[in-house]
Design a binder for this molecule. Structure first.
Ligand SMILES: *[C@@H]1O[C@H](CO)[C@@H](O)[C@H](O)[C@H]1NC(C)=O
Ligand SMILES: *[C@@H]1O[C@H](CO)[C@@H](O)[C@H](O)[C@H]1NC(C)=O
Ligand SMILES: *[C@@H]1O[C@H](CO)[C@@H](O)[C@H](O)[C@H]1NC(C)=O
Ligand SMILES: *[C@@H]1O[C@H](CO)[C@@H](O)[C@H](O)[C@H]1NC(C)=O
Ligand SMILES: *[C@@H]1O[C@H](CO)[C@@H](O)[C@H](O)[C@H]1NC(C)=O
Ligand SMILES: *[C@@H]1O[C@H](CO)[C@@H](O)[C@H](O)[C@H]1NC(C)=O
Ligand SMILES: *[C@@H]1O[C@H](CO)[C@@H](O)[C@H](O)[C@H]1NC(C)=O
Ligand SMILES: *[C@@H]1O[C@H](CO)[C@@H](O)[C@H](O)[C@H]1NC(C)=O
Ligand SMILES: *[C@@H]1O[C@H](CO)[C@@H](O)[C@H](O)[C@H]1NC(C)=O
Ligand SMILES: *[C@@H]1O[C@H](CO)[C@@H](O)[C@H](O)[C@H]1NC(C)=O
Ligand SMILES: *[C@@H]1O[C@H](CO)[C@@H](O)[C@H](O)[C@H]1NC(C)=O
Ligand SMILES: *[C@@H]1O[C@H](CO)[C@@H](O)[C@H](O)[C@H]1NC(C)=O
Length: 663
């Protein structure tokens, strides 16, 4: 009888493991004791994560104040798959708490943090496995510890914790969907947790080798189309999935991890063409007789931009579907064709990756645009190879050699970091509640204004002029209304775009609102859009007069009405000089429309209590800052249809439109 080789191997491994356990137990060396896994690891049947503080050394400057003393520290994060399910694309969240500055991390990348050295103690840090992103199971690998465990060495600086104190993080947890880390244990200089599958989380059984594609507000796919020993061709596809998401003049950046460089590109370009980084780096040593002057980009972190539209038909750099829009990515609601962007690049590799199959995508992707939502991207995740249908319509598909997906989600703007703001007014109150102070940020200059004061109420006509020209009017208005005038006046909102929402009329069967968009910058917005979330009033939406409206009901935008300019009115012009620049203030670009709502089926809506004001407003995808209060007043006042604002804006808008149409 012959024993199958696998059995022999297994027995051998078991013996080896056993003997190592036995020897570790027998050993009395304190070093060995330290390395002995805690009993919780032995009993863990999920994913065991542990953080071990290894050592520290005093750093310069040596100071008397113990809390201000810096220490260089070394620690190790271990992620062990002790379960029966493969752990794909592992991610571990660590919340540091002692002013840590990470200097080097091997075995993982920090996804949402700054570049190294990175201050990480504020909000915690997400680590994603790199190069080992997936952890196989013991069963699949016959207990090969190198395939089921990832070790991440962390080097950094920590403040104030002198021996014997141990600077451990506040918390650690596995971030992968469907796992829970119920309790975190600390022992000596380590903390650990056994993360187990959440029974409530349903796992869809997949037959495929890789993870399914994930939803992301933006989805970026990195497909390798052709591979050679020393180079490969990749295609990047950017899909805008969020109904309100948008990018203008997008810049995409990532980090090459293996010394690669971009030889050429189609459909996009990089701003910097500096071969010196290649020539003096490892690429220059390997590609000795190479003409680097023709290379597109040698940066470790290239900044990639879309080509302008006039290159679309250029046979050298254009001629790609979905390319060359000067960095514009619109929502699907506006134009499905423009909700996708594509470019291709040829990547040259350096040893030891000179092998057709040695493929690894760049990491740490970031994308941004001008006055757009802020996106936060995850790590590239290996997905099933993308299939491309035959362009000529044949019933055949071409498959990419390897595909990765990066998902990015929109983040909510922090207070005072919005990109646009909203002011409220209503027929029953003659004051406009202006945009919040510093809604779009305030520079830390020694300006004599208060960044935290409430904005001063304005007379309607003051809302039409730039902030700098409002002060006199605002003060006079406060006097007239017997409102206090603060000694330090509030700072401006500093927003490039503001939106006024005015409740215009309120009658038995319905009500109307008037929305006005102001552009306070000189750059016009092409294909602008705005979206308002009206939780109570959404049902009653009836018509809009000079915009094109779409009602949205979707996971990414609910109870939201989407407005865009009608054909020919798709420009929100920039700010211009007044007719007589020496006397008149500058004039913002404007767009305006009246929106009517019905009260049918919605009788309990109370307009004067604020049900007619939106809960969220977006401009070009970015969420705008909303006033903290609403205009108040007596509800039985008759609707004053023609307030000062209507007349003035009406005239201005009319003048602007006639300007546009009669040139
Ligand atoms: C010691 O340093 C900490 C942190 O820099 C500081 O907050 C504290 O005030 C300092 N204490 C003294 C006594 O200087
Ligand atoms: C941490 O989060 C807080 C609140 O979310 C935010 O105000 C702060 O800017 C963040 N800090 C960093 C370094 O990201
Ligand atoms: C590119 O070629 C297509 C088809 O020939 C044409 O419709 C389009 O206007 C051209 N674009 C530019 C920017 O020349
Ligand atoms: C393309 O975008 C750049 C800014 O990224 C701008 O300066 C340029 O005018 C745009 N070109 C066209 C044709 O719109
Ligand atoms: C309004 O927008 C939708 C979606 O973009 C479009 O299909 C429709 O034709 C537009 N309607 C008008 C009147 O412009
Ligand atoms: C390329 O890589 C594969 C697997 O990584 C390996 O089996 C093969 O021997 C390598 N070929 C060369 C020429 O190094
Ligand atoms: C994109 O990068 C270029 C060059 O670095 C820069 O001039 C431009 O302002 C960037 N655009 C955005 C939206 O960050
Ligand atoms: C974005 O959100 C989706 C769910 O809405 C989530 O599955 C995905 O992991 C998120 N991506 C990032 C990078 O946070
Ligand atoms: C939208 O919101 C309504 C009410 O708030 C809710 O009933 C509905 O399920 C939501 N729809 C989606 C797609 O989230
Ligand atoms: C606007 O007025 C300023 C002076 O107030 C002048 O320098 C500038 O050239 C004017 N711009 C235009 C487009 O007239
Ligand atoms: C408006 O404010 C600007 C900036 O302070 C100033 O230069 C200009 O003279 C003001 N215009 C009027 C009409 O007050
Ligand atoms: C108008 O609304 C503001 C803000 O809510 C309030 O302070 C003011 O008293 C109201 N004016 C009248 C006449 O009700």
């Amino acid at each position: 009888m012959r024993t199958p080789p696998m059995r022999v191997f297994l027995a051998w491994v078991t013996l080896l493991l056993l003997s190592s356990v036995v020897s570790a137990q027998d050993y009395d060396d304190p070093e060995e004791k330290k390395n002995k896994p805690p009993p919780e690891q032995e009993s863990c049947t999920g994913v065991f994560i542990s953080y071990n503080f290894i050592e520290r050394e005093k750093e310069y400057p040596h100071v008397k104040n113990a809390t201000a003393q810096a220490w260089a520290f070394k620690s190790q994060l271990t992620v062990l798959n002790a379960g029966l399910d493969e752990l794909k694309a592992w991610r571990v969240f660590i919340k540091f708490q002692h002013e840590e500055v990470l200097v080097s991390v091997t075995g993982a990348v920090i996804i949402d943090g700054d570049d190294l050295p990175a201050k990480v103690s504020k909000n915690g840090t997400l680590f994603a496995g790199y190069p080992m992103a997936d952890l196989k199971t013991s069963v699949e690998t016959a207990g090969d510890i190198n395939q089921i465990q990832a070790k991440i060495d962390i080097l950094g600086t920590v403040f104030g914790i002198k021996p014997p104190g141990v600077p451990l993080p506040k918390t650690i947890r596995l971030e992968n969907d469907g796992y829970k880390c119920p309790k975190i244990m600390r022992r000596g200089s380590s903390m650990y947790s056994c993360c187990v599958r959440d029974k409530k989380h349903k796992v869809k059984p997949t037959k495929t080798k890789f993870l399914p594609r994930q939803y992301g507000d933006l989805s970026l796919t990195y497909d390798v189309l052709q591979a050679y020993a020393g180079s490969y061709q990749a295609q990047v596809t950017i899909d805008n999935n969020h109904l309100l998401g948008r990018l203008d003049h997008w810049n995409l950046t990532w980090e090459w991890m293996r010394g690669e460089f971009i030889h050429s590109m189609r459909g996009a370009y990089t701003h910097r063409r500096d071969p010196s980084e290649c020539i003096y780096g490892p690429a220059g040593q390997y590609y000795k007789d190479f003409d680097f002057s023709q290379v597109m980009n040698c940066d470790k972190k290239p900044v990639i931009s879309d080509l302008p539209a006039d290159r679309a038909n250029d046979s050298k750099v254009g001629k790609l579907p979905y390319c060359c829009r000067n960095g514009t990515l619109l929502p699907v609601v506006m134009d499905p064709w423009k909700a996708r962007s594509i470019f291709q690049l040829t990547v040259y590799k350096i040893p030891p990756d000179m092998n057709r199959t040695a493929l690894s995508p760049p990491q740490r992707w970031k994308i941004n645009g001008v006055l757009n939502p802020t996106y936060k991207c995850g790590a590239p995740i290996r997905i099933e190879n993308t299939q491309f249908p035959d362009p000529s319509g044949l019933q055949s598909v071409t498959t990419a050699i390897a595909s990765w997906q990066v998902t990015c989600n929109m983040t909510q703007p922090k207070p005072k970091e919005a990109k646009c703001c909203v002011s409220f007014s209503a027929y029953y109150n003659d004051s406009v509640i202006p945009c919040n102070t510093c809604a779009c940020g305030c520079e830390d200059t020694d300006r004599k204004c208060s960044a935290n004061a409430r904005p001063m109420l304005l007379p309607p006509e003051a809302a039409l002029v730039p902030f700098d020209n409002r002060t006199v009017k605002a003060k006079a208005w406060a006097k007239l209304k017997h409102n206090p005038i603060p000694a330090t006046l509030p700072c401006p909102d500093n927003c490039g775009v503001s939106i006024n929402w005015h409740i215009d009329t309120n009658y038995r069967g319905g009500w109307t609102a008037r929305v006005t968009l102001f552009n306070w910058d000189e750059i016009p917005f092409e294909d602008w859009y705005t979206a308002v979330q009206l939780n109570k009033a959404f049902q009653g939406f009836d018509t809009v007069y000079s915009f094109n409206a779409t009602k949205l009901v979707h996971r990414s935008a609910n109870n939201t009405i989407f407005f865009q300019g009608l054909k020919g009115l798709n420009y929100l012009m920039g700010e211009t000089n007044g007719t007589n620049p020496s006397k008149d203030p500058r004039v913002p670009g404007k767009q305006q429309s009246v929106i009517s709502f019905k009260k049918k089926d919605n009788w309990d809506i109370d307009i004067t209590k604020g049900d007619g004001f939106p809960t969220k407003v977006f401009f070009n995808g970015a969420e705008c800052s909303i006033p903290t209060g609403i205009p108040t007043g007596s509800s039985d006042k008759r609707a004053r249809v023609d307030s000062m604002l209507v007349i003035l804006v009406g005239i201005a808008t009319f003048a602007l439109m006639t300007d546009r149409f009669h040139w």
